[in-house]
Write a protein that binds this ligand. Structure first.
Ligand code: TRP
Ligand code: ZN
Length: 923
């Protein structure tokens, strides 16, 4: 309930080319792609696992790719100690060049040869969490995107696919569980208390999908029989104390398997499927073949320690990684520019999975609204900033910087538009053709689009395929202007749609896209009007809802026999990732909010209305008294709250004002303090004006019975939590002690983490004196639960200042928390919960007129960069939008970025981010 603002290559002839001169030698360009000069058909790896010095023996069968000119073999490696290189059992001559191992005198012709490489590495010194590392006494690997080269020399690129056999040897007492991809084929004892396990993966895979785990873990096990009769063993490995928290993860895994069988006809292809959880992880989770490795945050859940949001996230991330088994692993990416081939498609699949699991139409809409909110707040900002890039980028310096909202979330929207243009059945046919053509291959985004189109030759996607593919090549968020003209005499309604895309760095000229616009027309009484579209072939009867396909810069659509001036409901379900501009008056917004059959657009009407009120309040300036919400808007919200037909979760979303981050994106010049003040004042007014309703809502919703994490009861808890927050907020005005007291009581007595945390947040966000004892007690109770401690840090970092003066400021609080014995910069979850929550989730606490927030940010980026470059580079993006800030923020922010950029040494991860930020055009 708190704000979630915190995710054959032929260029079209008209696609602009990137300016190559401007970028330095370390930039990788998509158009430079060359097939590999060698193939590696099989790999046998033997690990002698030791935290201080692990020995890796890598025996490969290599063969020349005769389709490319003969050249030396260049193997990638990073941070390795090389001991031996043998070719066909003989010592071979080699060079080390820019980190690569170069072998020149290799056997000629296409006959395979043996290449044996012996190296060592130091897992306990690996703080980057890429390659082989140790976390709490257990070995883990993370190889995507380019971590395998930190384990052994290899052709570390996704289009080189090999069959792996892996032997793990380690001390048996310290590392009783030894896991790798595929099937366990042999295990046994060795001398000196050591043991071994041998794993064999029947599927060819690229190196980024390799994984091993070794340590003292326990597993929840489940045997299942698939629809096709095949039996599988499912295992979820965690540390001994965490086993009771894996039930929801196992349920989610079983549901994912069943869903992919039913919705896409895609079965599990392995006898054994394992998930392992670690608390030291750079991202959410990783889809290694048969051995998914997860951040504990997305596996462990119990009602005592996890919120409803956590339960939903576990389900969705387990789904995501499982669905990668087909979309990512069976068919993978030719090169990393094609990353969205697997990520966009798999996000689309996990979104659909979550919606299907949610059940009712209204619960589905809630999930869609949450996804769109993330896209519009975070991805649209990315698309408008210095890191803007196409869904299929043209260049990068560090690929880890391109695991972005554009690749994931916009990529999913591109897949969703294809789904809209060919229909659900057509999309399933397209997926079937995609697997028929490309199973076992490393392919491109174009291959995917081609398969979906070829399976649906009559569809608008096939008709407009070349133009549709601009969604992959063109960066930036398109804007669509909608203008409606009603002709009462002719009884026609003409809708004119105009599209433009603003320029992005390196891409000045933009071309029209294919934009599906789902729409309906409403009468003033809210009834849906039948759609009769005039076209060259005559009048088409479209029923009550249709999808128009905008393909020109400007197009007009005329509907006939329209008996009254209609209210247009455009872009239903957010049918395209665009910014829609239409000048609807309050009457129209009220009609949509009350009557639209599309729940997404009902919510959207509430947001547009609120946005307009906020923008007006900002324009009115400081001279004005505290801004207020107009009575008409409040009346509409009261009406909606009282509607017994609507889901509680949906009401919660409608009653949430646009976040400060979203508001900022709509403005040309951003004063974060001013936005905060206005939004807070409006929230205060919402608390006051709906006081009676909030009380009723709390009374009707706060008891949700025995805990179940399903969408319906989660929605009830969310709305009750919002009501409580509003009532505690309003107590600041009235001086009432009852509601803060109830909040404290609810915090103490709650039977689940959702209610407990909502009550705690209500006190902390309102800055109530009870917040302090509550926070203390919370820490006492949960000090042994690191995922709960993350929440404790995060809440304090994202809450407003708790009083006047520097000592009471958010920054001072964050700096005190950095000294807390439970804080550590080394653990990414903990660093995110404090530093990222401050820099990205607390605009008013971070954007200080004295620039102290930015200076703190610069220090932390530099400190983190020495430990973990991937995590540091994510934090570095917090100031992406500096050029939009008003003074004095703008100058101070730029200075902080320049300070990071000037620091030596700097990882190439962080360097790319700050260089691009500083190159942003002066706004
Ligand atoms: N492929 C993972 C996913 O989306 C993402 C991922 C996990 C990742 N760990 C990573 C990407 C480390 C880069 C680096 O499911
Ligand atoms: Zn993924």
């Amino acid at each position: 309930m708190t704000d979630t603002t915190p995710t054959p290559e032929i260029l079209p002839a008209d696609a602009p080319q990137q300016g190559r001169e401007a970028t330095d030698a370390t930039t990788v360009h998509r158009e430079d792609y060359q097939p590999p000069a060698f193939w590696i058909d099989s790999v046998a790896l033997t690990f002698d696992l030791d935290p201080a010095k692990t020995r890796v023996l890598n025996k490969m069968q290599v063969r020349r790719n005769m389709a490319v000119p003969a050249q030396p073999l260049r193997l990638d490696g990073e941070g390795l100690n090389l001991a031996r290189v043998l070719v066909n059992g003989q010592g071979a001559s080699f060079k080390l060049e820019r980190g690569q191992l170069v072998l020149s005198n290799l056997p000629e012709g296409d006959a395979p040869f043996d290449l044996e490489i012996f190296t060592t590495c130091q897992p306990e010194k690996n703080t980057q969490l890429s390659g082989l590392y140790v976390s709490q006494g257990t070995f883990f690997t993370q190889c995507e995107a380019e971590g395998f080269r930190r384990i052994t020399y290899f052709l570390d690129r996704p289009d080189v696919m090999s069959v792996y056999t892996v032997t793990l040897r380690a001390d048996k007492a310290a590392y009783p569980v030894l896991l790798s991809n595929g099937n366990l084929v042999e295990q046994g004892e060795l001398e000196d208390g050591r043991h071994f396990a041998r794993w064999s993966d029947p599927f060819k895979k690229p190196s980024y999908l390799f994984a091993l785990v070794a340590g003292p873990l326990v597993a929840r096990e489940q045997r299942i029989t698939a629809r096709n009769g095949r039996e599988h063993l499912l295992q979820i490995y965690v540390r001994a104390g965490d086993l009771e928290k894996t039930e929801h993860a196992m349920r989610s895994l079983m549901a994912s398997i069943a869903w992919d069988e039913t919705r896409f006809g895609l079965p599990l292809d392995l006898d054994r499927f394992m998930i392992v959880a670690t608390s030291d992880f750079n991202m959410g989770a990783m889809e290694n073949k048969g051995l998914n490795i997860f951040n504990t945050k997305f596996v462990l859940a119990s009602q005592a320690t996890a919120t409803d949001q956590d339960f939903a996230n576990v389900e969705s991330v387990i789904g995501h990684e499982y669905f990668h088994n087909w979309t990512g692993n069976r068919i993978t990416c030719r090169d990393w520019f094609q990353l969205s081939l697997k990520e966009g498609l798999t996000v689309f699949r996990d979104q659909e999975f979550s919606m299907d699991m949610a059940g009712s139409a209204s619960a589905r809409a809630v999930k869609r609204i949450e996804d769109v909110r993330l896209l519009r707040t975070m991805q649209f900002a990315e698309d408008a900033g210095p890191m803007a890039h196409p869904v299929r980028p043209d260049s990068y310096q560090e690929i880890n910087n391109f695991y972005t909202l554009t690749i994931y979330e916009k990529g999913a929207e591109v897949v969703r538009m294809m789904h809209t243009l060919v229909g659900e059945a057509g999309f399933r046919k397209g997926m079937a053709l995609y697997f028929e053509r490309h199973d076992g291959q490393a392919v491109t985004c174009d291959d995917f689009a081609q398969a979906i189109a070829d399976a649906n030759p009559q569809s608008p996607l096939a008709v407009h395929l070349e133009q549709f593919k601009r969604w992959y090549s063109q960066a930036g968020t398109p804007h669509v202007q909608a203008e409606g003209q009603y002709d009462a005499a002719a009884q026609t309604y003409t809708l004119t749609l105009t599209q433009t895309t603003p320029p992005t760095p390196g891409q000045g000229e933009k071309h029209p896209l294919i934009i599906p616009v789902r729409l309906g027309l409403l009468g003033r009484n809210g009834a849906a009007l039948p759609l009769q579209l005039q076209s060259e072939q005559g009048v088409q009867e479209l029923g009550l809802e249709a999808t128009l396909v905008l393909h020109e810069r400007q197009q007009s659509f005329t509907f006939t026999q329209v008996g009254e001036s209609p209210v247009p409901s455009l872009l239903r379900g957010f049918s395209a990732p665009v910014v829609l501009h239409q000048n609807l008056d309050d009457d129209a917004l009220e009609t949509l909010l009350q009557y639209d059959s599309d729940p997404f657009n009902r919510w959207e009407a509430s947001q547009q209305w609120a946005q307009r009120i906020i923008v007006q309040a900002l324009a009115d300036g400081d001279a004005q008294a505290a801004p207020r919400l107009p009575e008409r808007y409040l009346a509409a919200l009261r009406h909606l709250l009282a509607d017994a037909q609507l889901d509680a979760a949906f009401k919660d979303l409608v009653l949430t004002l646009p976040s400060e981050g979203y508001i900022a994106e709509q403005l040309d010049s951003v004063d974060p303090q001013r936005i905060h003040a206005v939004r807070e004042a409006l929230q205060d007014h919402l608390a006051q004006a709906l006081h009676a309703q909030w009380q009723t809502v709390w009374e009707q919703h706060h008891d949700t019975g025995a805990y179940q994490p399903d969408a319906h009861s989660a929605g009830r808890r969310a709305l009750a939590g919002k009501a409580l927050a509003m009532l505690v907020r309003d107590a600041r005005r009235t001086g009432d002690a009852v509601w803060p007291g109830k909040a404290y009581q609810s915090f103490k007595d709650a039977g689940n983490m959702t209610d407990r945390f909502n009550a705690l947040s209500a006190l902390v966000q309102a800055g109530h004196p009870l917040a302090e004892p509550a926070l203390e007690r919370f820490h006492q109770v949960f000090r042994g639960e690191s995922l709960v401690l993350d929440k404790w840090f995060q809440l304090q970092a994202s809450a407003p200042a708790q009083g006047q003066g520097e000592a009471a400021s958010v920054l001072a609080r964050v700096q005190r928390l950095m000294q807390h014995p439970d804080f550590s910069l080394r653990n990414p979850n903990r660093a995110r919960s404090l530093i990222f929550a401050y820099a990205q989730g607390n605009p008013a606490g971070f954007h200080r007129a004295d620039g102290a927030g930015y200076q703190f940010w610069a220090e932390q980026v530099i400190a983190l960069d020495a430990i973990n470059a991937q995590v540091a580079a994510r934090l570095a993006r917090a100031l992406d939008r500096w050029a939009k800030l008003a003074e004095p923020y703008r100058t101070a922010a730029r200075a902080a970025i320049a300070r990071v950029a000037a620091h030596e040494p700097l990882s190439k991860d962080v360097r790319e981010i700050v260089q691009k930020a500083l190159a942003a055009p002066a706004a």
